[in-house]
Design a protein around this ligand. Structure first.
Ligand code: CTP
Ligand code: MG
Length: 393
């Protein structure tokens, strides 16, 4: 006995009215619905290949889309039929072990949870046939053909059908054969099995496992999908490093403070090593590039530039992208001058530019034991690590 998966994705999505077939419509971060839904099954102990029904004229496109993701099993595309029932029947034809439990799920239900799938598989093992469904929250009205209320069935006994639906292979194949013979048609598979007289267990699901059918559904699905991917992450970290060569007679500027010294940085800008490291940490954390890309030293506009101005500009760019700094921790490596007397000024400058409190800015000066370029006073270097938070998060 093995668990097999049929993911139905061969529909046109007429009610959605998108230019792409419904299953290829991206949900979040460019991930198409079919891949998003298939990901939900990577935690299920399935036997491969996973069978995916696709519109017959788009099998190649589905293949190349799914190839760009890593799957724990092979993925086999099945050209679908004119109806969902026909698509499922074609997929069933590729399976052979009657003892297998086949799990049939709509690619259009991207928010299925692994626990629900496992519960359905278990019930199919025990009862032969099971479908996920939810007790109807709304009262269901039956309408007459001319659009008037015809009947109000008692809500207490009504469930809304969902997928997955799981069956012993021999049962569901027989049901599809019987359906062909008797010309039954149904929009789900459990109904076919039930019509053959076999009981079907109802497995309580969640309303989150809705089917993306209309443009409204897609809006909701995209909001939910955004919330379950990287955008749900309210924090990011960034790292920065910089080094400047030192030369006699130049101003020594660090963290926006001009510190009396006999030498200073050789640089296109004011050579503020610490602020440059902080800028790179900010840009890195937000994924906005790096200091060399944004403020190139080949651009005359940045000749002798005040690095604090660049820092404030960077913070503005981050705010525009929805990120605000939480705290920054830094290390400055310089043999001389002694930096401790200037730390409060430096921290205050950086805190003000970042719009955070001085307690959230740490600067730790280090000598380099007289070795290396910093130890020999040929250079000063700085490292920064920063935490960013999503604005409003
Ligand atoms: N499906 C299928 N083969 C078909 C029709 C539908 O595999 N011939 C799949 C769909 O891709 C979907 C699921 O069955 O994942 C449920 O169908 P539905 O929500 O009706 O999707 P569509 O048929 O694509 O949408 P519409 O009815 O609006 O055209
Ligand atoms: Mg349909």
């Amino acid at each position: 006995m093995a668990y097999r998966l049929i993911l139905t994705a061969a529909g046109k999505g007429e009610r959605l009215g998108h230019s792409l077939p419904k299953a290829l419509v991206p949900l979040a971060d460019g991930v198409p619905m079919v891949a998003y839904t298939l990901r939900r099954f990577t935690q299920i102990p399935l036997k491969g290949p996973a069978l995916i029904t696709a519109p017959p004229d788009q099998v190649e496109m589905f293949h190349s889309v799914l190839q760009s993701f890593a799957w724990p099993w092979a993925v086999q595309l099945i050209p679908g039929g004119n109806t969902r029932q026909e698509s499922v029947r074609r997929a069933l034809e590729t399976l052979s072990d009657p003892e297998d439990i086949v799990c049939i799920h709509d690619a259009a239900r991207p928010f299925i949870e692994a626990d629900t799938v496992l519960a359905c598989l278990n019930d199919a093992k025990q009862y032969g046939a099971a479908t996920v469904a939810v007790p109807s929250a709304d009262t269901i009205l039956e309408s007459s053909p001319d659009g008037f209320l015809h009947n109000t069935p008692d809500r207490a006994g009504l469930w809304q059908c969902q997928t997955p639906q799981c069956f012993r292979l021999e049962l569901i194949r027989k049901a599809h054969q019987e359906a062909e013979r008797q010309q039954w048609s149904a929009t789900d598979d459990a109904t076919l099995v039930w019509r053959t007289g076999h009981p079907v267990r109802l497995v309580p699901g969640t309303r989150g496992n809705f089917k993306v059918t209309t443009p409204d559904d897609l809006l909701v699905a995209r909001v939910l999908a955004q919330g379950t991917t990287e955008n749900a992450c309210m924090y990011r970290i960034g790292i920065g490093w910089d080094l400047h060569r030192l030369e006699a007679g130049r101003p020594f500027i660090l963290g926006g403070a001009r510190i009396p010294h006999d030498r200073g940085a050789v640089a296109h800008s004011d050579g503020d090593t610490l602020v440059h490291a902080v800028i790179d940490a900010l840009l890195g954390g937000a994924g906005l590039g790096n200091i060399g890309l944004l403020y190139p030293d080949t651009d005359p506009a940045y000749r002798g530039a005040d690095s604090m101005t660049l820092l404030r500009d960077t913070v503005g760019r981050l705010r525009g992208a929805g990120w605000v700094p939480v705290n920054v921790d830094t290390v400055v490596v310089a043999q001389r001058p002694a930096l401790n007397p200037h730390l409060d000024t430096i921290r205050r400058n950086i805190a003000d530019a970042l719009g955070i409190s001085i307690e959230s800015v740490s600067v730790k000066p280090k000598t380099a034991e007289k070795v290396g370029p910093e130890g020999r006073e040929e250079a000063v270097s700085a490292q920064a690590i920063i935490l960013l938070q999503k604005r409003g998060g």
